[in-house]
Design a protein around this ligand. Sequence first.
Ligand code: GLA
Length: 382
Amino acid sequence: MVDQIQEAFASLYSTSPTLFRSPGRVNLIGEHTDYNQGFVLPAAINKELYFAVALNDDERCRIHAYDLQESVDVSIASFNKSEKGWANYVLGVVDQLQKQGLEVGGFDCVFGGNIPRGAGMSSSAALECGIGTALNTLFALGLSQEAIAKLGQKAENEYVGVQCGIMDQFANVFGRNNHVIKLDCRSLAYEYFPLDIDGYKIVLLDTNVSHSLDTSEYNIRRQQCEEGVHILQQQGLDITSLRDVSPEEIGQHQSAMDPVIFMRCHYVVEENRRVEEACHFLQQHDLLSFGKKMYESHEGLSNQYEVSCPELDFLVAQTRAHEQVLGARMMGGGFGGCTINLMEESVVEPLTEQIGKAYHNAFDLQLKVYVGDIVDGTSSIP
Ligand code: GLA
């Protein structure tokens, strides 16, 4: 794949590019907690975007999306949002760099890779942080990894219009081979946990659907959580986010809250606790209990937070009869995309085939299966 990107670059431009790789991410547990200043447990995976980037002297920003065979060519001094959705992730990053007063000149870029789009593996963060890292390197901007992650998030918030949290960009930049990252989304303090899952694999089952609700519903969930915080503050709680609230505490204020708002907030505070518990189980090598937390997380996402869909629920339900699957749940924003499964290595093939058939019978859709290995975060390729 890297070779193809390099060849495409050579056919379009005459300069010699620097190469970068930028991974997708999985999240073991801690969903919709990041924008509530809570905890998440993501990792970078071996589905990646590759970039070939070189500076040019003519103040143009030329980007070619290899997989889509589409290009944009804009003046670096003045550009607007593009009609091509993918281009806004790149232009959004350039825009953020400029807003920070950093000098960005012209550059030529070809990118492409194998992170499935719309599958909840965060190809968008890979694009943002991949280009952010490339420009930081080539223009010697001196940004830290944390600054690049934040920049990617801001580009998505302001330029693309999704009010996402920091998880995806953070995992993309800070990923470490065979480790998950426990991230405190308030302080951005993080801790690596070795993912010792000998005999098990992280398996992603891709529904192959992406219900169009996702952006609007995502932003609505965020507002509902903020509304919950506001009510709890009015109730006299000294809090700034749902991160500060325990499941017990919120239970005491249920009657003051609209039932839907309560359900959303209750899910978030329970999920935060689940991340803490899951990390404890991981340290104890108690994968069985860890997996149970994943199932609980899915229940909450489906019934309380209501961001699942029939296809995701079906895939999770299919695994329940098999003790070789320790845990399964929907992953990412929801309304389609993947489930993440902790599955015994020896059954991955037969079991995913069986589930694939059942899925096809139920929805007339093709199941896609990815076995995720945990890799390092974005880097240049020597
Ligand atoms: C998307 C967002 C993340 C996070 C997840 C849900 O992937 O980009 O910031 O909120 O959804 O956990």
